[in-house]
Design a protein around this ligand. Structure first.
Ligand SMILES: [Zn+2]
Length: 58
């Protein structure tokens, strides 16, 4: 099965590549890092809109 690496868009082959769907171990680790940083951002509270609305009434 042919596929493209989600990191660098290089063609990769599931039968030949142990790091599939990534083209290499480097891209696999990059994706793990991106996922971890995204999770860190989501864990922070987002309350800017509510705070702005309350201060507007004053
Ligand atoms: Zn890649």
């Amino acid at each position: 099965m042919k596929h493209r690496c989600p990191i660098c868009k290089a063609p990769t082959d599931s039968e030949k590549n142990a790091d599939f769907p990534f083209c290499s171990e480097r891209c696999r680790l990059l994706d793990l890092g991106a996922w971890a940083s995204g999770k860190y951002r989501i864990s922070q509270p987002v309350i800017d809109e509510d705070a702005e609305e309350e201060s507007g009434e004053n």
